[in-house]
Design a protein around this ligand. Structure first.
Ligand SMILES: NC(=O)c1ccc[n+]([C@@H]2O[C@H](COP(=O)([O-])OP(=O)(O)OC[C@H]3O[C@@H](n4cnc5c(N)ncnc54)[C@H](OP(=O)(O)O)[C@@H]3O)[C@@H](O)[C@H]2O)c1
Length: 242
């Protein structure tokens, strides 16, 4: 396993679940104030000083609406921020001959979202600005020697923020603690490359009702779409391990 792990975005939904899981040992999770991904100099210094060999990059603007509302900021954090991490890793690799593996949390929003059951080598086409920043982020991440790009969708069972949910909107979203376990498994098994991680196709209503008993249902006629990165979890689809 890796000796020293840096978690970026530790205060977020995913980051806090990673910390809570206690699955990752020797993990450092500086706050945004201490280590802002927009500050490349600080990132590089942190990586060297703490002899980091694995980065869990969970920092970013994850809200679709926020990205649409402020595209410039979304680009700055999701793309430029990722570029700073990637360039720091490449410079350390060149100068110190040290390989740092990067785990990037991408999204099912990189797929067009019209048919579902997408495969990793399907053509990417985002249906919103958030997805576009993820496609650009992925391109940058591919420049480092060792990386995992996880295309996914997840939800926090304790924080379901709405009272109504649709019976005819589908996706493959996973409950966060389950996702964190898969993430850990991928890293432990030294997976490298791009992977879709999702559960079976399920309607929003069915998925959330399990955790929020007073949830009401609705059937939307305005939107009938299918957001799904993969209909079933497919771990380790090929021999891309190192
Ligand atoms: N939620 C989903 O369904 C989903 C699906 C697929 C992929 N993802 C991706 O997974 C990652 C985590 O998502 P999430 O739902 O946990 O997001 P979140 O709850 O919004 O957390 C985002 C984290 O990023 C940090 N952050 C923002 N700007 C930063 C900066 N400039 N420097 C350093 N840290 C910064 C935030 O710190 P502060 O709290 O201090 O602002 C926070 O810890 C994101 O990349 C997201 O796009 C999410």
């Amino acid at each position: 396993m890796h000796n020293n792990i840096l978690l970026l975005g530790g205060s977020g939904r995913l980051g806090s679940n990673i910390i809570k899981s206690k699955l990752f040992i020797n993990i450092k999770y500086p706050s945004k104030k201490t280590l802002n991904i927009l500050n490349k100099k600080k990132i590089k210094e942190f990586l060297i000083k703490n002899n980091i060999d694995l980065i869990l990059h969970c920092a970013g603007i994850a809200r679709v609406k926020e990205c649409e509302k402020n595209k410039k900021n979304a680009f700055r954090i999701n793309v430029d921020g990722t570029k700073n991490i990637v360039n720091s890793i490449i410079e350390i690799q060149k100068k110190n001959n040290k390989t740092i593996k990067l785990v990037f949390i991408s999204s099912d929003a990189v797929y067009p979202s019209v048919k579902g059951n997408y495969k990793e080598n399907d053509k990417l086409k985002s249906y919103n600005y958030y997805g576009l920043t993820k496609i650009k982020g992925e391109k940058l991440v591919k420049k480092v020697k060792k990386y995992i790009i996880i295309r996914t969708r997840f939800f926090d069972k304790k924080k379901i923020p709405f009272n109504y949910s649709a019976t005819n909107i589908y996706n493959s979203g996973l409950e966060l603690s389950v996702f964190v376990k898969y993430m850990h498994k991928l890293i432990r098994r030294k997976f490298c490359g791009i992977i879709n991680i999702g559960g079976p196709k399920i309607s929003d209503y069915k998925k959330y009702k399990k955790y929020k008993k007073n949830l009401f249902l609705f059937f939307t006629t305005r939107f009938r779409f299918f957001r799904s990165s993969s209909s079933f979890l497919r771990l380790f689809p090929s021999s891309r391990f190192s």
